[in-house]
Design a protein around this ligand. Sequence first.
Ligand code: OSB
Ligand code: MG
Length: 376
Amino acid sequence: MLNIDAIHLREINMPLAHPFETSFGLTTGRRILLIELESEGLTGWGECVAGEHPYFSDETIDTAWLMTETELGPRLLDADVEGGDSCPNIFRQVRGHRMAKGALENAVWDLEAQAERVSLAELLGGTRSTIPCGVSIGIQPSLPQLMDKIETELAAGYQRIKLKCKPGWDNHIFEAVRKRWPDITLSCDANSAYRMKDLDHITTWDQFKLLMIEQPLWYDDFYFHSMLQKRLDTAICLDESIRNRRDALAAIDMESCRIINIKVGRVGGFSEAIAVHKAAEERGIPVWCGGMLETGIGRSHNIALSSLANFSLPGDVSASSRYWAQDIIEPAVTVSPEGEIKVPTAVGRGFDVQRDRIEALTVRRQTLYAKARVTA
Ligand code: OSB
Ligand code: MG
């Protein structure tokens, strides 16, 4: 049993080392909700991946803060918490708000790993000692700048390059990249920027031999993706559409995708991420771990999750320095020249949270306390 004494919410503001542009806009800095759980002298950390705006998903840092403060936090403090896998049931009455739930649940797993004296990867059922890494490259101001970025990332060893794309930033960049690097593992991510009128256009991408095309159509769709997948040789990968295990089963059965991107925040925490992973594994669908421009806390959790067996494709889990001048963990996440991250074997997440740095970045805070417990 994990007796949770207090939940500390804080918002930190962190400027990105490089702006990141997707089909829904430009991000130059992040407002991030961090969760700190206090339990009998141990501290569990969680990171909420909701953005500042409801563009990737309907959640934002502000909705997550409100739900944590008014609904989820009080439920967690009142519950008997055996471990991270108790959380879905504790939060069951609250619909949606998966990123808010995920931040709390992952903090519980983070705590549980420490209490059990095992690594977080081991607690989650991970078996890999290293994870293969790719990068997600945002839309650039120009093609030469994109080519420079790709060159830098390949030189750093990354095993897969994913290009953010949108109408007007697609065929000509794929063509230029393929001309210069005919054999690299290449994929693209449209973040739902295309519609049915674009189907003929998207089918022309088969010539670029992409590993996958990520979420080309609506963020909440399976049916139209299945129509598109029938016309493509290239695998579709779903990101936004997959909210839970049932979505994964529906998408796999309908042949809406052949690959799944698992983001632990998007599915509401490690329990559901493990369930999606297992459902995909049983059906022969490979998965990989997506990223949401996380700080080191979320990044360390993504590394632990990526150690599960069916995370067989390179994920979007990359070095801290690609995002932050200074990360909030020590050591920072680094990638080997072979494009791999070592999965920590130390107790817990395997990276130390730098409280002084977090303190300096904090712009808002609140603490929820447990009611006094009656001990027999
Ligand atoms: O769709 O994978 C996405 C970043 C923000 C929102 C959505 C996405 C992304 C990325 C970045 O692709 C992945 C990363 O953190 O490196
Ligand atoms: Mg994506």
